[in-house]
Design a binder for this molecule. Structure first.
Ligand SMILES: Nc1nc2c(ncn2[C@@H]2O[C@H](COP(=O)(O)OP(=O)(O)OP(=O)(O)O)[C@@H](O)[C@H]2O)c(=O)[nH]1
Ligand SMILES: [Mg+2]
Length: 399
């Protein structure tokens, strides 16, 4: 596979910073990097050459960003669809990275995803969820983007709550320092993931099971990265990398590995890294994981990594509640038609009217327009909502 066709796309302020960090890292040279933002300052600061940068909605937002407005974010990026299609032409694997919670990344990621779907590019998202202290509305934007826009269509979504940073940092740490650390960890994890998943020349992680694993409902993920370089005795470098991994700011404490339902462990090293040593190091990581957890491991070597190793772990905790509801749903599918059961999934008994779970989310681009009224009725609100009419979802008595 042409390495340059493996593309990491950073979107929004935080995403652009991460591709900027990757650009400075010679180890990331094989990757193609793209940055998209509606904020000209952030975009230029990432240092990518002009052909790899896209200023979204320049005429409309004047390069000033979207000010936290997710609808503006969606609109400016959707405006650049054709341009994004050109940028992604020929890409064999796409990793999209950014921070959710404000405008450009939250609104724009679904647009990037729909272009990637059209071009049939396998796509993985690595996103951060805002700190609790950033407020409820940012959290809601982030969660809605993941749940309603990304999860169903992306091959995989790795969500990392920024709050994890506080489990290892002093509470007095300035937010800017916490973000810097997050950027560093994210860029390293992105690097480890792309390298091993796609070029695992010692021990390739199984891409299929990786995707299946991440498609399952998760409560959250966390990541740990440990690097050990030349100054450490060759026989001890595995242990040193492991120790650093366990102290990683986005891991959320050493016990996260032990508590995880699944863990993806990746190891990168120089040409001197043997199959024996990599097994030994991966076993070291596996020992931290509970026996019933699912484990996916991969290892790769490259000249650029001579005398260094990087060990990364992504921990996944499944969401017990959604697992249960998934089970219920699949068992109700296997029921013959019209079978009555007491399970909540089979509530379509005669006499009950099922209603569609429709919620008014936003009026989208109409939000700023004038109100359209007829008498006392606001016509932008659909009739069934205005008149309180329940709509049958058509499955009555079928399940
Ligand atoms: N890792 C990291 N995350 C950040 C940083 N700054 C902000 N974030 C997080 O990322 C989220 C989105 O912020 P930005 O990336 O600045 O937002 P944006 O996508 O550019 O959106 P607009 O500025 O509204 O156009 C925030 O809510 C924070 O949780 C940073 O420097 N590093
Ligand atoms: Mg911004």
């Amino acid at each position: 596979m042409d390495q340059k066709k493996i593309t990491v796309l950073g979107i929004g302020g935080s995403g652009c910073r991460i591709v900027g960090i990757l650009k400075e890292n010679p180890l990331a040279a094989p990757l193609r990097l793209i940055a998209i933002d509606s904020d000209v300052a952030g975009l230029e600061a990432c240092g990518l050459e002009e052909s790899c940068r896209l200023l979204a909605g320049e005429r409309w937002r004047n390069g000033r960003g979207c000010g936290g407005n997710v609808i503006d974010g969606q609109r400016v990026v959707a405006h650049e669809r054709t341009h994004i299609e050109k940028l992604l032409d020929g890409v064999s694997f796409l990793l999209v990275v950014g921070g959710l919670g404000r405008g450009t990344a939250s609104g724009g990621m679904p647009v990037v995803l729909s272009v990637a779907r059209k071009l049939e590019i396998p796509t993985l998202f690595v996103v951060t969820l805002p700190f609790t202290l950033e407020g409820h509305s940012r959290r809601k934007i982030a969660e809605d983007t993941v749940k309603n826009e990304l999860l169903g269509l992306a091959d995989a979504v790795i969500c990392l709550p920024n709050d994890l940073l506080f489990s290892v940092l002093e509470s007095t740490t300035p937010l800017s320092n916490a973000f810097k650390l997050a950027d560093q960890e994210l860029s390293r994890t992105v690097l480890a993931l792309t390298m091993v998943l796609l070029h695992g020349n010692l021990l390739a992680a199984d891409f299929g099971s990786f995707i299946t694993l991440l498609k399952k409902k998760k409560s959250f993920c966390s990541i740990g990265v440990g690097i050990a370089s030349g100054e450490i005795d060759a026989g001890k470098r595995g242990e040193a990398a492991m120790e650093r991994l366990l102290q990683s700011p986005l891991l959320g404490g050493a016990d996260k590995l032990g508590a995880a339902d699944a863990v993806i462990v990746t190891l990168l090293g120089g040409p001197e890294l043997s199959l024996g040593e990599s097994r030994q190091i991966l076993e070291l990581a596996a020992r931290q994981v509970k026996p019933e957890a699912q484990l996916i491991v991969g290892a790769a070597t490259g000249e650029e990594w001579t005398d260094k190793i990087l060990l990364a772990a992504i921990t996944v905790k499944f969401d017990a509640e959604s697992e249960a509801s998934e089970l219920l749903r699949s068992s109700s599918v296997s029921h013959p038609r019209r079978t009555r059961t007491t399970s909540p999934a089979a509530h379509a008994v005669d006499g009950d009217q099922l209603t569609l779970p429709l919620e008014p989310v936003s009026k989208g681009v109409m939000e700023r327009g004038p109100q359209v009224k007829w008498g006392n009725e606001e016509l932008d609100i659909p009739t069934f909502k205005r008149r309180n009419i329940a709509i049958d979802n058509g499955k009555r008595g079928v399940e």
